[in-house]
Design a binder for this molecule. Sequence first.
Ligand code: C5P
Length: 212
Amino acid sequence: MVGLILALDVMDRNRAIWLAREVSEYVDYLKVNYPLVLSAGIEIIRELSEIKPVIADFKIADIPYTSSLIARKAFENSAFAVICHGMAGSDTLKAVLDVSDEFGGEVYVVTELSSESEFLRKFSDEIAMLARDIGCHGIIAPATRAERVAQLRKIVGSMKILSPGVGAQGGSVEETIKAGADYIIVGRSIYTSDEPKAVARDIYERIKGLEV
Ligand code: C5P
């Protein structure tokens, strides 16, 4: 199964809802991040969940207790999954996993960012091993460096790999899927387009054309 995730980094509730509806037949999940939640309130997760399951990309990276509170807010508002920073360490990931278990939710772990990420890159293999060993559901790996997606795939086996960085950040849909990603995360290429539905359809068809 390969698919598309829309990164909804817009700052307006109505625009977010409109975009989500517009592309819903081509996306598997909606990903919300701080720009939207800080603008529209956390209730936006619940509203969007009525259209598609929502991944709360809060890049949780705090001490275990605080991290668990953040995760709980996301799941209480109907998030399907949360994204955690693996750099926070095993105790934080375990605390977030415990909360996700209560809600039947999932936890995805950032290994390295799709941007320069020069510090995380030194540890991203170890972060992926940790995410695998403690039972997280997936990792975030950079579409901007397909060779890293391939390497991380070797480490995580059948865990989900979600890859941001296609389009605006320069990553390629085809190279990222061939390297082993399950889901491509795309934001600006879709939501800044005059025809978001057509762009989402094009990416969806390219992804599905590569499905083995
Ligand atoms: O607009 P664009 O397609 O570049 O959006 C990428 C999305 O993925 C943003 O929400 C960004 O925060 C997120 N992300 C990323 N790299 C990571 C993790 C998340 O670009 N490693």
